[in-house]
Write a protein that binds this ligand. Structure first.
Ligand SMILES: [Zn+2]
Ligand SMILES: [Zn+2]
Length: 298
């Protein structure tokens, strides 16, 4: 035990990384619809991403076939509601695809910087390259990321300057979808009468009670988790702090500077005021080039 502590202290004194640097675990490729995509080759992360996709699939289609379509046929639910539900669900899936495949703002290896920039930049011993302020090294991806918020295993990617808006949209649409599904389950259990037009022999109708118990549990859990995450991310944006920065050091209440909501979201989404409606869509790539490094070149 004593020798282990000594080894740790020696590492600290010598300023050496305490683990062997991992090679870059990221692949990039061109995709017809999405452009250049960025993919982290992490088997555990891929499994977790798959779980999120299965939740989306289960939540959307069990609600659709067990509650929404039968109640629409009976006149309890309007066509506008069905369209809105499917739109939120598709936006949720698109946000998931975008946030997990977008380059989060990788710093190119061996970034060449001018002497002036060097004064404010720091050196990453893992990547052996210079990085701007607020960039952090992700050990899971083996790369430095601009204004890194955190590495999220559920999207199998880092959340950084370039994909933060897609992450925020994912939280927003996952929250909305889960809240609507939970509300539908409550209406099904407590308000709607027994379904008359349902196909009683269909597998999902015969076992609907178990499908709906699981759906209610998942929807309640996700509404709570996504709601808390959304509020946390919103306040982080207002005080211009990242999750990692808060974990390293709690914000000092005397030095907190609250930005306006518009300024905070404009910086994250990086689009002109006239195009504000695009803030709600995860399809358009952010085009802001900041802090001297553009991920377009990575
Ligand atoms: Zn690094
Ligand atoms: Zn990462």
């Amino acid at each position: 035990m004593k020798s282990m502590r000594n080894a740790g202290e020696l590492m600290e004194l010598l300023q050496l990384p305490d683990k062997i640097p991992r090679p870059l675990a990221v692949s990039t490729m061109r995709c017809p619809l999405l452009g250049r995509i960025h993919f982290v080759r992490d088997p555990k992360g891929i499994m977790q991403l798959l779980c999120v996709f299965i939740y989306w699939l289960y939540g959307t289609f069990s609600s659709l076939f067990i509650i929404i379509l039968p109640r629409y046929a009976e006149g309890y639910i309007s066509g506008i509601f069905v369209t809105a539900f499917m739109s939120i669900s598709l936006l949720c899936l698109t946000s998931l695809v975008r946030v997990s495949t977008l380059n989060p703002g990788r710093i190119p290896p061996s970034t060449a910087v001018s002497i002036h920039e060097n004064e404010h930049w720091t050196y990453c011993r893992m990547c052996n390259s210079m990085r701007p302020q607020r960039a952090h090294h992700c050990r899971r991806c083996g790369q430095c990321v601009m204004r890194m918020d955190h590495h999220c295993p559920w999207i199998n990617n880092c959340v950084g300057e370039e994909n933060h808006y897609a992450f925020f949209l994912l939280l927003l649409y996952a929250f909305l979808l889960s809240a609507v599904v939970f509300l539908l389950c409550m209406l099904h259990f407590w308000v709607y009468p027994k379904c008359q037009q349902c196909d009683k022999d269909a597998f999902y109708v015969r076992h609907s009670i178990w499908f709906l118990y699981l759906l209610t549990l998942l929807a309640a859990n996700m509404t709570l988790v996504m709601g808390i995450q959304l509020i946390g991310q919103h306040f982080n944006l207002l005080i211009d702090r990242t999750t990692l920065e808060n974990m390293q050091q709690s914000p000092d209440p005397n030095r907190i500077h609250l930005r306006s909501t518009f300024t905070a979201y404009e910086e994250m989404c990086g689009r002109k005021r006239s195009m504000m409606f695009l803030w709600l869509f995860p399809c358009k790539r952010k085009t802001v080039i900041s802090r001297g490094v553009s991920s377009q070149t990575v």
